[in-house]
Ligand binder design. Structure first.
Ligand SMILES: Nc1ncnc2c1ncn2[C@@H]1O[C@H](COP(=O)(O)OP(=O)(O)OP(=O)(O)O)[C@@H](O)[C@H]1O
Ligand SMILES: [Mg+2]
Length: 304
């Protein structure tokens, strides 16, 4: 195993032998392993204990999950790209068509105003409904294809997410970020934005929350995104197979070297926290979904 896991390995075994508390034994974990030539790759490690007469043996099974990780990354990229495309299609297609219908109904209103005031009022009503539909569609398109994220960055996009949530769902949703936390790396910004989006959607859908807070903060060496709500809180056991949201959030966090935690804070409601290394958030290169990238692991290998 590469450092620092390599050095910690024996201590973990000693700790287990001393305390009997298993942190990995019988549980399994995704870690990084090292080939003989020094290159690193992701593995699924499962360690188990066997008692043989007077002896205690530990066995470790290592499964190379490079391919699975690559697939996860590809799937997320495809899904981000598809969402963006759908958002653009809604904006450029449906919104334009609706705008045309609105103009036509306004013209109709003017044409029939002299003949029947009641009919003209009806035509005016149609125009008003179409305007409302355009507004909804534009908000939907911006959620799917967050242009603000591309042009003004994560902080502005999260602020917009909060204000759109207030407008559409009539709940209180605030974004806090003091002092400012710029996230220059596009992939990191996109993953954090999608994590916040799913957490907000879950807070509304499952928690029936009326207050939601999105916080972005910088801590020593890390960037922390937290989405809290005042809803029902997570159920005691979240069925693993139930939804895709939490699993995708975890995958996204892992993809940018971060962690994801879910908790029910003492004050009530639910909180989702994603922490990523600050260094990864401000890499200059990188892109998410717009052009094909080599997976991180492969990139790391090709440098050696
Ligand atoms: N903010 C929250 N408050 C209460 N329960 C939550 C919250 N977020 C998630 N949950 C619980 O966790 C479960 C899994 O959430 P997840 O986002 O993975 O799936 P989903 O929202 O049901 O489906 P999908 O996201 O695939 O549309 C939910 O079904 C719900 O029971
Ligand atoms: Mg969900």
């Amino acid at each position: 195993m590469p450092s620092p896991y390599r050095e910690e390995h024996d201590r973990h075994l000693q700790d287990y032998l001393r305390t009997g508390k298993a942190k990995i034994i019988g549980i399994g974990r995704e870690v990084v392993a090292r080939r003989k030539d020094g290159t690193v790759f992701p593995i699924d490690l499962s360690v188990s204990e066997v008692r043989l007469a007077q002896r205690r043996l530990f066995t470790g099974f290592i499964r190379d999950i490079t391919e699975r990780k690559r697939l996860e990354k590809d799937i997320l990229e495809v899904s981000d790209r598809e969402q963006r495309r759908l958002g653009q299609d809604l904006h450029d297609g449906l919104c334009q068509q609706l705008a045309g219908i609105e103009l036509m109904s306004q013209a109709l209103k003017q044409r029939i105003a002299g003949r029947s005031k009641a009919d003209a009022a009806r035509a005016g009503e149609v125009a008003r409904h179409v305007r409302a539909a355009i507004r909804q569609t534009r908000l939907l398109a911006r959620g799917l294809s967050p242009v603000t994220l591309e042009s003004e960055g994560l902080m502005s996009a999260l602020k917009e997410l909060a204000s759109n949530t207030e407008t559409i769902f009539h709940v209180r949703c605030r974004f806090e970020c003091e002092p400012p936390v710029p996230v220059r790396d596009h992939a990191a910004a996109t993953h954090l934005f999608r994590i916040a989006q799913e957490a907000v959607s879950n807070a509304l859908k499952h928690g029936a929350a009326t207050r939601i807070g999105i916080r972005l903060a910088r801590q020593p060496g890390r960037i922390k995104l937290a989405v809290s709500d005042n809803g029902t809180g997570f159920p005691q056991h979240v069925p693993k197979h139930k939804g895709m949201g939490l699993r995708i959030m975890e995958s996204r966090a892992g993809m940018i070297g971060g962690t994801l935690a879910m908790e029910n804070p003492p004050g009530g409601g639910a909180r989702v926290i994603c922490e990523i290394p600050a260094a990864g958030a401000n890499k200059k290169h990188n892109d998410c979904g717009r052009k094909k990238e080599k997976p991180e692991i492969e990139k790391a290998n090709s440098h050696r």
